[in-house]
Ligand binder design. Sequence first.
Ligand SMILES: O=C([O-])CC(=O)C(=O)O
Ligand SMILES: [Mg+2]
Length: 549
Amino acid sequence: MTVTGTGDDGVILDDPMRTKGTAFTAEERAEHGLRGLLPYAVTTLEDQVRRCWGEVDRQATDLQRYVYLRSLQDRNEHLFYSVLAADVPTALPLVYTPTVAEGCKRFSELWRRPRGLYLAWPDRDALRDMLRNRPHDEVDVIVVTDGQRILGIGDQGVGGMGIPVGKLSLYTLIGGIDPARTLPILLDVGTDNPDLLDDPFYLGWRHRRIDDEDYFAFVEDFVAAVEAELPEVLLQWEDFATPHAAPILARYRDRLLTFNDDIQGTAAVALGALQGAAEVAGTRLADQQVVMLGAGSAGIGVMEMVRQEMVDQGRSPDEARSRCWVVDVRGLLTTDRDDLSGDQRAFAHDPADVADWDVEGLPGLADVVEHVTVGVLLGLSTAQGAFTEDIVRSMAAKVDRPVVFPLSNPTANAEARPAELDSWTDGRALIATGSPFPPLARADGPDVPVAQCNNVYIFPAVGLAVTAAKATRVTDAMMRAAARALGDASPALHDPHAPLLPAWADVRAVADGIALAVARQAVADGVAPEASDDELRDAIRATRWDPAY
Ligand SMILES: O=C([O-])CC(=O)C(=O)O
Ligand SMILES: [Mg+2]
């Protein structure tokens, strides 16, 4: 009598990509040698999803919910994604911004199971071997960080791994990328965070960060290893410090399929939301004066896309540039400053432009808002509360529908809270934030959700597009196509009281539309094989992984 099945007795139960847990049927239990290893009752995926949400609800804090969901992911990937898909609006802030920030800070303390690859500087001679140890051979998307600029909470060292893991969950949930074809990577080049260096439980390489010469050489060796092992993979750079982010992107963008999420993804989503805002305000972006607080890689990336859009709308490059104002911790970027990178310098104003403002030293944000008719105020500064009541009222006194986006992450770093912006402008402000906020209360109608202008609207769709279309590069035009497709899906286009960006409940459907636009642009740019719209639509459909068993 046969008492075992296929010979993998029990093993399948511990394989997170193959297990169904208590949902294995009697036949499957017999086939895989699982009889007796599970309680008698056979459940369904729907039962399991309901039970898991009960567990999530019973946790006392969001950090505990995050820990629970991450362990579920390590146990049973189909169930994890089915749970997230059952309630995207609730799940997103638990596995992503803002809770993931806490998960990164406490990464070593919360350690449970490995996921992804940790490539540490002391092992630099074995990068290729370590890449060969990846858990799954075929990979569509890598998200890599070095943990130095995690969200707006700075250097988290090895704890930064929470971000590639979280981003890749959303590649699967929203962009439909097969989770077995994703690979999170942490480049461990040390940390300059003194708390981590002193933490007895710290799990990374306990050392200060290596210097720039060694750093760029290590990154080059890493890229070469990826090219050799996974020549077709999409390589997404995430949460690198400003002095590294832009040079890395510049060096590799024409060499492999790659983009930087904080520079290009954040810019595309901001542009998409600005398109909705322009529609509601009845103005064109090209006619606005646009101010950015924050001159890091994300802030400059957004302004670069705003500038390109103004040119597309008919402004000369010089006119477009003169309408962009960037302010950092020291003040306005001006050409007489000697502390600016090339990318920042492109937005510096001639001191003569502001000579008659009568300001001692560099003008600050309040000075710019006082002297310029600012239509759009954006923040990627991590300076909590920097959009003060005075600044916002001064702006709102000059324009009908002030556009104000406090985009810093996580939630606590926002430059202003939407409810304050709403009250200081008597409800006239058009608002989007980077992290989630509660909806705005309205005396005369239902609450209005606040658009969360987060790159999660963009990167999963870009991943879906390049995978489906077999693209070999990510061009600027592809990112602008993503922004435009997102803008076209803005609920505000049809209802001026609706949020500027689609609801989370719709984000997976919206991603299909964005993916088609990006794939089409890849074909037009000659970086993907010729394909008709129907063929691209079919390829997108075929690429989507479904979390059902
Ligand atoms: O992860 C997020 O929420 C958005 C992002 O890329 C960042 O803030 O670095
Ligand atoms: Mg980021």
